[in-house]
Structures are given as structure tokens and as C-alpha cells.
Design a protein around this ligand. Structure first.
Ligand code: PLZ
Length: 444
């Protein structure tokens, strides 16, 4: 375990003087196009805390956007990476292969839903995994149309920008986007016309009718969806929506692609969120939590689909770097041996009961939603569904000044999402939730 004391401790205002100094250099040297969720500079991190260069110990409820599920600098990750760096750093898997890549693919084939024969490839980022999943689906089906959903997020490369729903900040001025991408209405219970019940009974039919009428099932190469939408605001579709889309895909020869970049690797209390409704995707895109903070991503799926691409058709210089693979084997061993799926469920219970109590007190909370260690609140103007981004920024600022890092999300910029490392202690988590409670109280 990390040697860092698992405490919230502020020794300066946020940001402290050393952070301020470096942030000044940051703005001189780094493009202004990059955002920054919290204005502090990290020195060390581990377990559930981030320690900044001024010595402030901050509770981490963001995990680097759902990446360091096993904690920062997790023991097995560090040990594996050290050994790998000393052995060799790079050959390119397409030039001279190595065991680590094969072992990560074996782990992905074993851990992803379904008992059918699977194969994998490794890439560098979530966006690259989605790009490759779409390439594979198009090549396999010899079709072009790609179906995505409102509020969906799939990355910042050209194809994945086109697949991503939200314009600002992801797409503004960056077009033209790739053709043959079709966006369907998302089953968003809180905001479905007529409410959650109608969403549950109507949403699947609406999407299928629209696909039939506007594209034609036989022209669709892939349906791509996040089982729980991440950047879009932790939108959990009603039961039956995902299995219905998967069945429609099977019936129409469409490749069903689950984007589990954010939901994968124990985050939601299962190894993959698709498992909750026994959905077996044809292809599954993974990244983020796979490698304890090192850049790695994967596409895993039915062997006949993965093998259908011509030899040499997929690849990349760095994809499946031996260092990232070593890290992934350490992270995956940690997730399995420490049963972080159970931990994610436990964290989810603590968070959702605390958020539920806040919802009862504060009418700006329209909904508490999520699964496992992926929970959110959506903030509105009391008594309406009008988004309340003003309250959101006040709450985020309050939490930061009290030493708690929280992240936001949502098409309307009004969702607070909690995605802590799965190794955070219960006490630290409860303390952070108390700060959040005070933050909401101060913002209304
Ligand atoms: N698919 C479901 O959540 C990345 C984006 C942060 P990359 N989400 C964090 C930002 O503002 O850039 C994400 C995701 C889902 C794909 C991606 C893309 O993964 O590793 O960022 O390319």
C-alpha cells in the first residue's frame, strides 16, 4: 500500500504559493486550449489522496478521470513497470513481439463478457480504441453507417469527435467531421419527455424505428454505446435498453460495440458494466482503468470479427507498449486479488446513501444516479429541470478550497460525478462526502 498518510490536510490556501509559481509557468509554456479541473500541482499521489507541491493532501474523488482505480503508484504496477523498464522499453509489437502484450490480450479475452472465442488488439488511448473498433466493424460487415447516441462521448480524434455528441468544448471549430455517423436519442430517464417510466417503455422503440427509417438496419456496420454514459453525465439507461440494442444488432448483422472506456475494469462493481444486464458485446473498447495510470487501450471481441481484417490492417508504433502492458498486468492482478469489484459496490453504497440524504435536503438535486463507484448528482433550478451550472461551479470551488477534488460532467454542465480510486478508505470517502454536503449547503 501507499506510504502516503490517508488524510485531508491543508497547509496553504488552494492553490498554494509553489503551485501558483508552476501554474504561471504552465500558462507561459502550455497551450491555453488545455483545461484544468483543479489549480494545484501534484507532487505525489496514492490511495485516495493527491499531495500537492505545497504539501496539501487532497482527497481524490476523480481518479484521473476514472483511471487510477487501483490507486496511484499501486504496488504491483510500480514493481512490474520497474522490472520492464530495466528489461527493455520498446521494440514495437509489430517488429518484435513480447509476452506482456500477449498476456494482456489473454486477460482481456478472459475477463470481457461472453464465453465465445475472443481476440484483442492494444492501442494507446480510448479514442484510438473506438477508432479501431469502428474500422474492424466496417471491414467485417462491409457496411459504413455507425450509430451513436445523444450525450455520448467517444474521444477527440476526427472520427471520435464526430461520434461524440457535445459541441463545446470538443468539436467547436474542428470540423469537417467524418460522414456516416448517425446519432439516436438516448434513453435518459430524467429528461425523457413524459418521464422515466415512459423512457423505459419507449426509448428502445424510438431508437430502432429511427435506425430503420433513416438508415436501414442492413446498412449499419456498428452500434456504439457506453453502457453508462460518462462525460454525458453518468446517464444510466433503463433496464432492457442495452439488451434490446444488442438483440437488434444480432438480428440485423450489426456489430454491437460497448464503449467501456470509463465503465470498465471494476468501476461499476462488475468487471464490465455490460455484465449487469448480461449483455455480450461483439466488440468492447477499453482504456482508462486497464493499466493503473499508464496509457493503454484495447479492443476485444469475437475472434471471427477481430480476424476478419486483412493482415497488417491494424497497428501503430506504440500501441500495447511493453511498459503499459506490464502496468496493466499489475493493475489487473490487483483488481482481481483485492476484489475491487466488491470494493466498487461498497463505495457505491456509501456514496449513494450520502447523496440520497443530500437530495432529500437540497431541492437543487434532481437525481442521484450511477452504479458502483460511478455516482453522480444532476443539479437543477429547484422545482424545474432547468440546469444549474452556477451552483455546480460554486460547489466545485468550495470542495477544492476544502481539499476535495471532484469532477463534473454532463451535456448541460450540471452534473457532479464521483469516481474515486477503488482503494480509497471508507473514512476518507465519508469525509469527502461531508465536505460536498457543506459545499451544496453553501451554494443554495
Ligand atoms: N470513451 C466513454 O470516457 C474519455 C475525456 C477527457 P481517451 N473520457 C475522458 C477529455 O476531456 O478529453 C473517454 C470516455 C469514453 C472514450 C474516451 C476517450 O478516451 O483515452 O481520452 O482518448
Amino acid at each position: 500500500m501507499t506510504s502516503l498518510p490517508q488524510v485531508r490536510k491543508l497547509v496553504t490556501a488552494i492553490p498554494g504559493p509553489r503551485s501558483q509559481e508552476i501554474l504561471k509557468r504552465r500558462s507561459e509554456a502550455v497551450s491555453a486550449a488545455l483545461g484544468m479541473a483543479m489549480p494545484v500541482v501534484v507532487e505525489r499521489a496514492g490511495g485516495g489522496v493527491i499531495v500537492d507541491v505545497d504539501g496539501n493532501s487532497i482527497i481524490d474523488l476523480g481518479a484521473g478521470i476514472a483511471v487510477v482505480s487501483v490507486g496511484n503508484s499501486a504496488d504491483r504496477v510500480v514493481a512490474n513497470v520497474k522490472a520492464q523498464v530495466e528489461a527493455f522499453t520498446h521494440t514495437c509489437f509489430m517488429v518484435v513481439p513480447y509476452l506482456g502484450y500477449v498476456e494482456v490480450c489473454e486477460a482481456l479475452n478472459r475477463l470481457t463478457p461472453g464465453t465465445h472465442k475472443k481476440k484483442s488488439i492494444l492501442l494507446n488511448s480510448g479514442a484510438e480504441a473506438l477508432e479501431n473498433a469502428v474500422k474492424i466493424a466496417r471491414s467485417y460487415t462491409k457496411r459504413q453507417a455507425v450509430v451513436v447516441f445523444e450525450h455520448g462521448y467517444h474521444g477527440r480524434t476526427n472520427l471520435t469527435m464526430g461520434m461524440t455528441a457535445k459541441n463545446m468544448p470538443y468539436k467547436e471549430g474542428f470540423g469537417p467531421f467524418a460522414p456516416e455517423i448517425y446519432r439516436m436519442p438516448m434513453a435518459y430517464p430524467l429528461r425523457w419527455p413524459g418521464g422515466a417510466q415512459r423512457c423505459a417503455s419507449e426509448a428502445l422503440g424510438v431508437a430502432i424505428t429511427k435506425m430503420e427509417k433513416e438508415i436501414g438496419g442492413k446498412n449499419i456496420a456498428a452500434i456504439v454505446i457506453e453502457p453508462i454514459q460518462g462525460e454525458g453525465g453518468f446517464i444510466v439507461p433503463p433496464q432492457g435498453f442495452l439488451p434490446g440494442l444488442a438483440k437488434y444488432s444480432t438480428d440485423n448483422g450489426i456489430v454491437f460495440i460497448a464503449d467501456e472506456v470509463q465503465t470498465g475494469f471494476a468501476r461499476t462493481g462488475q468487471m464490465f458494466a455490460s455484465e449487469d444486464e448480461n449483455v455480450v458485446p461483439d466488440l468492447i473498447a477499453t482504456a482508462k482503468g486497464i493499466a493503473g495510470g499508464l496509457p493503454l487501450a484495447g479492443v476485444t471481441g469475437r475472434a471471427e470479427i477481430m480476424d476478419s481484417v486483412h493482415g497488417g490492417g491494424l497497428g501503430g508504433t506504440f500501441g500495447g507498449s511493453p511498459i503499459a502492458c506490464a502496468a496493466a498486468l499489475g493493475a489487473i492482478a490487483t483488481i482481481e486479488e483485492e476484489d475491487l469489484c466488491a470494493r466498487a459496490k461498497h463505495i457505491g453504497e456509501i456514496i449513494s446513501s450520502a447523496l440520497g440524504a443530500m437530495k432529500a435536503k437540497y431541492p437543487i438535486i434532481a437525481e442521484v444516479r450511477g452504479r458502483g463507484a460511478m455516482q453522480a448528482i444532476e443539479l437543477v433550478m429547484p422545482g424545474t429541470l432547468d440546469p444549474n451550472p452556477t451552483a455546480l461551479s460554486a460547489i466545485v470551488k468550495f470542495c477544492q478550497s476544502e481539499g476535495v477534488l471532484i469532477l463534473t460532467a454532463g451535456t448541460y454542465g450540471n452534473v457532479i460525478r464521483l469516481i474515486p480510486p477503488l482503494v480509497i478508505s471508507d473514512d476518507l470517502l465519508r469525509e469527502a462526502l461531508e465536505v460536498l454536503d457543506r459545499g451544496i449547503a453553501s451554494a443554495i
